[in-house]
Design a protein around this ligand. Structure first.
Ligand SMILES: [Zn+2]
Length: 55
């Protein structure tokens, strides 16, 4: 399950497999699907990742 992370008035979505954060849920979902299926990250998908404001 993609995890929703709230930070102030912003919301991020994190892939629970690789822990990368995305501004758009659809990318987090794609990331998690890919990570679960291949046990690796897709560069095309992770290029959409953002840095988490706090960790
Ligand atoms: Zn992932």
């Amino acid at each position: 399950m993609v995890k929703e992370v709230k930070s102030g008035d912003r919301v991020f979505y994190t892939c629970e497999v690789c822990n990368l954060a995305y501004e758009e849920r659809v990318w987090a979902e794609r990331c998690e699907e890919f990570c679960s299926a291949y046990n690796a990250c897709s560069l095309e998908i992770t290029s959409h990742a953002i840095r988490k404001p706090e960790d």
